[in-house]
Design a protein around this ligand. Structure first.
Ligand code: P6P
Length: 337
């Protein structure tokens, strides 16, 4: 007999009592959930809608945009603008900060998102996802400037992702742990399927793009070589490796069965500061991993403590099971001497 699963709405009402998240955050999360349902529908019907191709345009990252990158971005823009408390939107796909208010007030929301992460997986039918992060303004804004959205990840009040895989998962935290929902085809409801997600302390699985081996800094190379040395090496145990080219899929796997994800700054991307973006990839995923009992680091400092210097800033990312991230951090410390 299947148990009656809690709907997203019922969960949010319960959370409202427990964590004090207000009506506005509930409305925003419902709008984000609607965005994810629409994007999931577009992806699943992509071959029939002829939208799995690329556009003639590039985004601020210099990446050629997929049609679904643009579609997903437009869906997030239109739905996240519904909530009267949203003062600004920061999208991976748009150069400038999108201000929705002339005079944002204390308590207004800043919403950062990567509308379709891993979109190179789209035309080979592999998992992609959306990532979102919400920060509450601590003071009225005297002026609308890009600097106003450069807020540390530790200030997030909500972060999450939607994974468009065999099923559509919506996983988020409002600071009271991590909970995951699955979209039930037919009813359209997101139902609670992964309550209170927790990372194991240890793991035997790491995720890294091994083709970048020649560019890695010494601590990363040392860590990966020791994992590959297995039982006969200093780690004394075997490791498995995964790489899906979708941070959302990697993080969901890690939240579900453990692991560590590495996309470090290396000699090939150091001029950009790394590959992954701080405000709408590293910060939200770091928040969720920490809320699930894990750790999120640049290798030398906590990601959520990094003071952003640009709203499309890139950063080195090592996140997952705490013990494994600490091993990697210790290798960077050894290198500093
Ligand atoms: P690579 C997707 O483009 C992304 O931003 C992350 O989702 C993913 O982990 C990484 O880049 C994949 O990078 O170099 O393996 O293509």
């Amino acid at each position: 007999m299947t148990t009656e699963r809690q709907t997203l709405r019922k969960f949010l009402l319960q959370e409202q009592e427990k964590s004090g998240i207000g009506q506005d955050m509930m409305l925003l999360l419902e709008d984000i959930a609607t965005s994810c349902r629409i994007i999931a529908h577009q992806i699943r019907n992509g071959p029939f809608l002829d939208i799995l191709g690329t556009t003639e345009t590039s985004n601020v990252q210099g990446e050629t945009q997929k049609q679904l990158d643009v579609i997903a971005n437009d869906v997030f823009l239109s739905h996240c603008s519904n909530c009267a408390r949203v003062a600004a939107l920061v999208s991976e796909e748009i150069d400038e900060v999108i201000w929705l208010k002339d005079a944002p007030k204390k308590g207004d929301y800043l919403v950062y998102f990567d509308p379709l992460d891993g979109s190179s997986n789209l035309n080979v039918n592999l998992s992609v996802g959306s990532i979102f992060s919400v920060v509450e303004l601590e003071d009225d804004l005297a002026e609308l400037s890009n600097e106003a959205v450069l807020i540390k990840g530790a200030k997030q009040i909500c972060a999450g992702y939607s994974l468009y895989g065999p099923s559509t998962s919506l996983v988020f935290s409002t600071g009271q742990g991590v909970n995951g929902f699955t979209h039930k085809i037919g009813s359209g409801e997101f139902l609670l399927t992964f309550p209170d997600m927790k990372l194991p302390e240890e793991t035997e699985e790491f995720a890294i793009n091994a083709s970048r081996f020649r560019s890695w800094d010494a601590p990363i190379r040392r860590y990966v070589e020791e994992c590959i040395d297995g039982e006969d090496g200093v780690r004394g145990k075997s490791f498995n490796m995964r790489w899906t080219a979708s941070m959302v899929a990697e993080v969901h796997r890690i939240l579900t069965r453990g692991g560590v994800f590495l996309y470090p700054k290396d000699s090939a991307n150091a001029h950009m500061g790394g590959k992954l973006r701080l405000l709408y990839e590293a910060n939200p995923m770091g928040f969720i991993v920490e809320q699930a009992g894990g750790r999120a680091s640049t290798g030398t400092e906590r990601i959520l403590d990094v003071q952003p210097t640009g709203h499309h800033q890139r950063i080195s990312v090592v996140l997952g099971c705490k013990a494994e991230v600490e091993v990697i951090e210790s290798y960077f410390a050894d290198e500093r001497g």
